[in-house]
Design a binder for this molecule. Structure first.
Ligand SMILES: Cc1cc2nc3c(=O)[nH]c(=O)nc-3n(C[C@H](O)[C@H](O)[C@H](O)COP(=O)(O)OP(=O)(O)OC[C@H]3O[C@@H](n4cnc5c(N)ncnc54)[C@H](O)[C@@H]3O)c2cc1C
Length: 463
């Protein structure tokens, strides 16, 4: 059947389409100074500002956001807030096997502190401690999940493998045939409300936030870093650049990430019968086991957020609002939604949107010092930054302050990721990889020669 229900949905992110969205803070004008300037008002920038103020309450911290707070990925994501700082355990094991026990511990610690911060600052972000469920939607995925379960067992990572009979107690879908349940280390949030709450906490601690204040240039003059906005300057001792998939402000970090677009549909609230028909009683956040994977979750008012599968990079792509909508991808998502939940084939969609992910070749973020150690750039979360942003923001502050910590010594921090090549090789390489990933999914997960080569080189493309 042709997918057309998505056409009636509002073409805006559900989370930002909220009467509680705060009025924009005043833009930055004129000449000023600060101890720390943070560039970017998504989760990374917000955590950097908040952590700096918590560590040193006397510090003068100014955050500059080009558009509105959380207007980009941080207000457009699925709201899966997870402990992993390595884009999942399997990616961490493949890249940093020796450090994985430490990476798991640091991720768990940062996640616990994140939950504590939300609590301590009284941030209402509709948090639901649901845990996370990976669902096999094809028999070959069930085999892969069984193998992954054995790896997690060997590493001592708490989880439960659910076979074909057990998965039915979590979700009623004709596609679901096995699963891995991780009850701890994942919560669902309303990401926009989390971002707005963090901004309030920053201001309560004396930080200053300016929206609609794009930074044009960052320069070192003497021992001062001069941050130029469209309408003024700020002289600072230290700067954190947290601009994700947007054009690099620091030359050294150019090519470290590419903007990859990911798309989401949101349904209208389900009624009791509709909810019962899909048996989603524990409300876990769900990802499926494909290489091109979907993610789905319930909201507090019982809508289903259904996103993922296609991760799109267009030739020479920059972050641009015209990519926020893609009818062909929404049509595919609607068809996949109906296949997952045939009992909901009449449910309407209320919102549809896309957003830019800062994809890196190693799928995990990095933190880079420049300007003689006075500027730290953080990016590269590759679709899993809601929770991890706090860890990398804190580590950026450690690096700026010259601290020697378990985090600053990590190979993931001391070694820069391999950059993407320039165009047109970048586009051709990413397209070849996207096609190879789709072919692997169609071929029972078997990775062809191109993906095997990338695996050997430790490179890849993901969302
Ligand atoms: C559709 C989608 C679904 C996702 N789902 C999940 C999920 O469920 N769980 C998860 O963990 N992650 C998810 N992610 C990824 C997650 O949203 C990001 O990793 C995270 O929000 C990154 O935060 P950030 O602050 O680094 O980037 P952003 O939120 O992109 O913030 C960067 C900010 O910098 C500003 N900026 C850029 N240039 C300048 C400049 N020159 N001057 C001033 N400001 C500037 C931008 O306007 C922007 O607000 C998803 C992403 C998308 C797009």
């Amino acid at each position: 059947m042709t997918a057309t229900r998505f056409l009636d949905a509002a073409p805006v992110p559900f989370w930002l389409d909220d009467p509680r969205r705060p009025q924009p803070r005043e833009a930055h004008h004129g000449v000023g100074h600060a101890d720390l300037v943070v560039v970017g008002g998504g989760f990374t920038g917000l955590w950097a500002a908040l952590r700096a103020l918590e560590r040193d309450p006397g510090r003068r911290v100014v955050l500059l956001e080009a558009d509105r707070l959380a207007s980009s990925a941080s207000g457009r994501n699925g709201g899966f807030c997870v402990a992993s700082i390595t884009h999942g355990d399997a990616n961490g094991r493949a890249r940093w096997p020796a450090e994985m026990p430490l990476l798991r511990r640091l991720g768990d610690q940062s996640f616990a502190e994140l939950l504590d911060s939300i609590d301590r600052h009284g941030i209402d972000c509709d948090l639901e401690a649901t845990g996370e469920l990976t669902v096999a939607v094809a028999p070959w995925q069930a085999d892969e999940l069984a193998a992954e379960s054995a790896e997690l067992d060997a590493a001592g990572v708490a989880h439960t493998f659910l076979d074909e009979d057990a998965i039915g107690a979590e979700i009623a879908s004709p596609l679901a045939c096995a699963g891995i349940l991780e009850e701890h280390g994942a919560v669902m949030v309303n990401p926009a409300k989390l971002a707005w709450g963090l901004a309030d906490a920053i201001e309560q601690l004396g930080g200053v936030i300016h929206e609609r204040s794009p930074v044009r240039d960052i320069d070192r003059r003497g021992s001062t870093i001069v941050v130029a906005t469209s309408d003024g300057t700020l002289a600072a001792r230290q700067v954190v650049v947290a601009t994700a998939a947007f054009p690099a402000l620091v030359k050294r970090t150019a090519g470290r990430v590419v903007p990859v677009y990911d798309y989401v549909l949101m349904t209208e609230p389900l009624d009791r019968d509709e909810l019962e028909s899909i048996g989603w009683r524990h409300r876990r956040g769900i990802g499926d086991g494909g290489n091109q994977f979907h993610y789905l979750r319930l909201t507090t008012d019982d809508r289903i957020l259904f996103g993922g599968y296609e991760a799109v990079y267009r030739f020479n792509q920059k972050v641009d609002p015209r990519f926020d909508q893609d009818p062909a991808i929404f049509a595919t998502l609607e068809q996949h939604f109906d296949a997952m939940f045939p009992t909901l084939a009449g449910v309407r969609f209320s919102h549809r949107w896309g957003g830019a992910i800062d994809t890196s070749t190693r799928f995990a973020a990095s933190t880079t010092l420049s300007h003689r150690g006075q500027v730290a750039t953080v990016n590269g979360f590759t679709g899993l930054g809601v929770g991890a942003s706090r860890f990398f923001a804190s580590t950026a502050l450690d690096l700026l302050d010259g601290l020697d910590t378990e985090a600053t010594r990590l190979e993931m921090i001391t070694r820069a990721p391999v950059p993407f090549p320039p165009e047109p090789i970048r586009f051709l390489g990413i397209e070849a990889t996207r096609r190879a990933i789709a072919a692997a999914d169609a071929n029972e997960g078997r990775r062809g020669p191109w993906l095997q080569l990338l695996d050997r080189l430790g490179l890849g493309f993901d969302s």
